[in-house]
Design a protein around this ligand. Structure first.
Ligand code: 16G
Length: 169
């Protein structure tokens, strides 16, 4: 993940290859065929996303340059074809406030139900958090279900006294 500015000490086991056969890397165009959308569907409603829709969105996000999409791949699954079993996104927002600061947003953090309990979510979140720090975000935020608050607390995310508001369309 060096292209995302993520590095680690040589003495440590690579956080991007935490177990044999498990690889954490940026999203690729080929991940539609490896079940990326199916993993997202374990988080919320994905609706209908055809391969062409996926490619078009992938290209526009790449062009925007402010999306860091990570995936966890089980490279040995599906007879060695590989399968996406987790994901997490960092989105960087440019601001005028705080001396033209950057703000990070953690989005779509999900691990396939069959792969939970293997610290993969923690690794994704750790990488995203470190990346936002190294990109010099003045803050990084996320929305999550009440049940997941304790998980995010581990990484220093705290409930904000400001209320999150939304209008759905
Ligand atoms: C969670 C996700 C958020 C996602 C939303 C979808 C994290 C940290 N948060 O809040 O990124 O967009 O779920 O839910 O992964 P919705 O379909 O109800 O908007």
């Amino acid at each position: 993940l060096s292209k995302y500015g993520i590095s680690f000490k040589e003495s440590e086991r690579s956080p991007t290859e935490p177990e044999s056969g498990i690889l954490i890397r940026p999203l690729s165009k080929h991940d539609f065929d490896k079940g990326y959308i199916d993993v997202l569907a374990q988080l919320t409603s994905v609706g209908e996303v055809k391969k062409c829709d996926f490619i078009a969105r992938f290209e526009s996000m790449k062009k925007a340059g402010c999306y860091y999409l990570l995936v966890v791949e089980d490279t040995e699954a599906d007879n060695g074809r590989g399968k996406i079993v987790g994901a997490g996104t960092l989105e960087i927002e440019e601001k005028f406030i705080h001396s033209c600061a950057l703000r990070g947003r953690v989005e779509e953090v999900i691990v396939d139900s069959k792969y939970r309990g293997r610290r993969l979510g923690k690794i994704i979140l750790g990488l995203i958090t470190e990346l936002s720090k190294s990109l010099k975000c003045y803050k990084t935020t996320l929305e999550c279900k009440v049940d997941n608050i304790a998980f995010y607390n581990i990484f220093g995310y705290e409930e904000d006294p400001e209320k999150f508001m939304q209008r759905r369309f």
